[in-house]
Every structure is written in structure tokens, then in C-alpha cells.
Design a protein around this ligand. Structure first.
Ligand code: FES
Length: 93
């Protein structure tokens, strides 16, 4: 199973392939603010430190929302980015 590591704390969890980053965090007791869960509000933006190729492709909504937020190439929206392999994710403070 893919491993998701959340920084800065360094907590690591194995999750079923296809689980979103948001669900990976919340189901393991980590806080990650989220409102819409549809890649529209942008509240759950995270930075991918390692393994961005191991995530699902961005959805159209995600592309658009990140563009409007001036997101960088390593930014993803946790509610729609699905974990397909090992990744390391930086959570917002
Ligand atoms: S919860 Fe709104 S963009 Fe992810």
C-alpha cells in the first residue's frame, strides 16, 4: 500500500491506493481544514515535497482553483489529489 508522510510532524501512514490526501490525513487523526471537497474553495492546499508523480492527475477544477490562487507546481488540493504511490506532503500550519 502507498505510504503518505505528513510534514512537518513526519507522521506516516499506509493508505489504500486511490485514497485522497485529505482522507489520508483526517482518517489518521490529522487536522486539515477543508470546506467544499470539490477542488473549488482551495482551503486544503498542500505542498508535495516528494513523489508528486505518485498522485492522480489534476482535475479541471483543481487546475483552475490552483491557478486562481497562484499555486506553484508542487501545490495540490488535498480533497481531490489521490495517492497512487509513496508521497510526502507538507501540511499548512
Ligand atoms: S476542500 Fe475545497 S478545494 Fe479541497
Amino acid at each position: 500500500m502507498p505510504k503518505v508522510t505528513f510534514m512537518p510532524a513526519g507522521h506516516a501512514f499506509e493508505v489504500a491506493a486511490g485514497t485522497t490526501i485529505l482522507v489520508s490525513a483526517v482518517q489518521n487523526g490529522l487536522q486539515l481544514r477543508h470546506d467544499c471537497t470539490e477542488a473549488i474553495c482551495g482551503t486544503d492546499r498542500v505542498k508535495i515535497l516528494i513523489g508528486k508523480k505518485h498522485l492522480s492527475e489534476k482535475t479541471d477544477n483543481e487546475e483552475l482553483t490552483l491557478e486562481m490562487m497562484n499555486g506553484g507546481p508542487d501545490d495540490r488540493l488535498a480533497c481531490v489529489a489521490r495517492v497512487l504511490g509513496d508521497v510526502t506532503v507538507e501540511l499548512p500550519e
